[in-house]
Design a protein around this ligand. Structure first.
Ligand code: ATP
Length: 253
């Protein structure tokens, strides 16, 4: 479904992605884990094409020089040169870090905005589906985005991304700042979305623990490089991964 090879991104001379090779097969949930500044958002921007917009903006403003190297193949096609909107039309939809919902628009308006790529019938059907997965959103549909809790905002951000009819959903740090209970609920919902909509998902997160139960395969990023990868089972059996990404308790287990 998606295969990115030899991805490198430089902000001026600073290497943010260092020769990354990453794959996501049809129907898979792939995790990308790494500490602050490891390059998770840069990777998601590169896959979704937003990195090209950032590059152009910087160029026009006479700001920093951004270099993007490597190829992104999606369903057999090299999409490295496509704009984010063209990639979105092909089904690559990014749900960005820090939610970025429209805080002055209602929940329902936010969702409808997400459905701009869908036909009206498709949008209605997907809206029903979003409310099925996140019943809380239906109750809050008239509330403006700015008055939602962090967890509700994240549900809305995921719901809006689903409205765009993704085939490959990119979830950038969806759990940041949320309670363990909310994190578990969002991960269950994410798995259900994959199962019911038959889409592929790449999810980044700083801590692997809450995401690990739902991933099929995962990559570990350090300083912009993928230092380890494997199936969930392979990584779980690796003592280095356990101590570094699952905290102290697990390393004694
Ligand atoms: P976080 O968890 O903090 O979001 P991340 O893993 O998503 O981290 P990135 O945001 O991709 O990491 O950043 C990777 C590196 O690139 C960091 O060192 C960051 O400071 C740097 N960086 C990101 N954006 C820019 C930019 N526009 N200009 C210069 N450096 C940048």
């Amino acid at each position: 479904m998606l295969e990115a090879s030899d991805l490198m991104v430089f902000y001026e001379n600073m290497l943010a992605l260092n020769n990354i090779n990453i794959r996501c097969a049809q129907g898979q949930i792939v995790g990308v884990f790494g500490a602050n500044s490891a390059g998770k958002s840069t990777l998601m921007y590169t896959l979704s094409g937003i990195m090209r917009d950032i590059q152009k903006k910087e160029q026009m403003a006479g700001g920093e020089r951004i270099t993007i190297l490597g190829d992104v193949l999606y369903q057999g096609e090299n999409i490295s040169r496509l704009k984010p909107s063209q990639r979105a039309r092909k089904g690559i939809v990014l749900c960005p870090e820090r939610r970025r919902i429209f805080s002055e628009s209602s929940v329902l308006e936010n969702l409808k905005i997400g459905g701009y790529l869908a036909s009206p019938a498709q949008a209605r059907k997907t809206l029903r589906y979003v409310f099925d997965i996140f019943p809380a959103l239906e109750k809050l549909k008239k509330r403006v985005g700015g008055f939602l809790s962090g967890g509700e905002q994240q549900m809305l951000a995921i719901g809006r991304a689903i409205m765009a009819q993704p085939k490959l959903l990119l979830l950038d740090e969806p759990l940041m700042g949320l309670s363990p209970l909310m994190q578990a609920m969002l991960m269950r919902a994410t798995r259900e979305i994959r199962d019911r909509m038959d889409i592929s998902i790449i999810v980044t997160e700083q801590y692997a623990r809450p995401v690990f139960p739902i991933v099929d395969y995962a990559f570990i990023l350090e300083n912009g490089a993928a230092v380890m990868e494997g199936t969930r089972e392979e990584l779980m059996d690796n003592p280095d991964v356990r101590s570094a990404y699952f905290g102290v308790e697990e390393s004694h287990a």
